[in-house]
Design a protein around this ligand. Structure first.
Ligand code: GLY
Length: 328
């Protein structure tokens, strides 16, 4: 087993390595209708794995469904996919071999729910929604979250696939990680949607950092870190090394900057700059932010090259490369 120092170094390199690189162009978001009036539905989500998730979400949005249902059912597609090794079933385990999941969800009323370090449940996002809807709490953790999920009828299952187990067993031999650029082109899924009533909701779900310390919780289930929405303003989600997002409360920061008049693009760039200013070793990590304002304008920005996001609006699906900070 790696020493703690080695583990942390390995983890940070792994984080950078898990982010892919490709040709990069920034989208110029076009404005939709002004705030307060009916807006066209839109859904955006982090990474290429968001394409299929958005497709499901769009089915709901295009049938006048609620944004909350769209962001839940959208990310469930990725949670159930064993080939996606950063979310749900098939996710890479922690360094002791346990698949532990984090997820959060927020609706247009500002209601929020989350779970962290949840094991054995394929759809942590749905457990998070139940926490939001049927308990007086926001977050349930570990065994308590599992107990709650089982009480609510969720099925207990083994989330560690043979592929993930094999990779983990390989990793254990040296407990080292050689960073490989373009290893997967995704990490976590965060989703934001606006429905035909102009209401916004958000979701975020992940198996977290591969081979993390047992008990480590990332940004994804922390309301305001990995995800935040405010129906007066818009929403934001984060992906990448959660510790940096937690230290700067990134998604809340993005939404508050938009409240003060910044565009989504200006807001996500400022949130990345905050990390650059406050966290000395920021270059070792990747962070990506995605934001959506209530007019349907999108912002996306990351520390390193390689972050992209999926967008579904006006019956069209697209994958768009984000602009990034570390150039040259
Ligand atoms: N952003 C996912 C994590 O750090 O767990």
């Amino acid at each position: 087993m790696a020493s703690r120092r080695n583990f942390i170094k390995v983890a940070s390199l792994a984080s950078v390595g898990a982010f892919a690189s490709s040709s990069c162009k920034t989208e110029n978001p076009t404005k939709t209708k002004s705030q307060g009036k009916a807006v066209k539905p839109i859904v955006i989500s982090t990474w290429k794995n968001g394409i299929n998730a958005n497709k499901k979400a769009w089915e709901i949005l295009s049938n006048s469904g609620r944004a909350l249902d769209a962001v839940e059912q959208g990310v469930m597609v990725v949670e159930a996919d064993p080939n996606d090794m950063s979310v749900g079933y098939g996710g890479r385990p922690d360094r002791d071999g346990f698949v532990t999941l984090d997820a959060s969800i927020m609706d247009e009323t500002g209601n929020a729910g989350s779970v962290c370090a949840l094991q054995h449940i394929m759809h942590p996002i749905s457990v998070a929604r139940k926490v939001m809807e049927v308990t007086p709490h926001v977050m349930l953790a570990g065994d308590g979250a599992l107990q709650f999920a089982l009480e609510k009828g969720f099925e207990k299952m083994n989330l560690l696939t043979e592929k993930a187990k094999k990779e983990w067993e390989e990793w254990k031999k040296t407990s080292k990680y050689e960073p490989v650029i373009n290893i997967e082109n995704h990490d976590t899924i965060g989703m934001l949607a606006i429905d035909s009533n102009g209401n916004i909701s958000g979701s975020c779900t992940t198996s977290g950092l591969a081979y993390k310390m047992h008990g480590r919780v990332g940004d994804s289930p922390i309301i305001g870190a990995g995800m935040f929405v405010d129906n007066e303003v818009g929403g934001a989600v984060a992906t990448g090394m959660g510790e940096l997002v937690m230290k700067t409360l990134g998604s809340f920061l993005v939404v508050e900057l938009m409240r003060q008049g910044r565009t989504p693009q200006e807001a996500v760039e400022e949130a990345i700059l905050r990390i650059v200013k406050k966290i000395p070793d920021y270059k070792k990590f990747q962070i990506g932010y995605l934001a959506l304002d209530k007019n349907g304008n999108v912002g996306a920005y990351s520390l390193h090259k390689g972050f992209n996001y999926a967008k579904y609006a006006e019956n069209k699906s697209a994958l768009i490369d984000a602009d990034y900070y570390l150039k040259g």
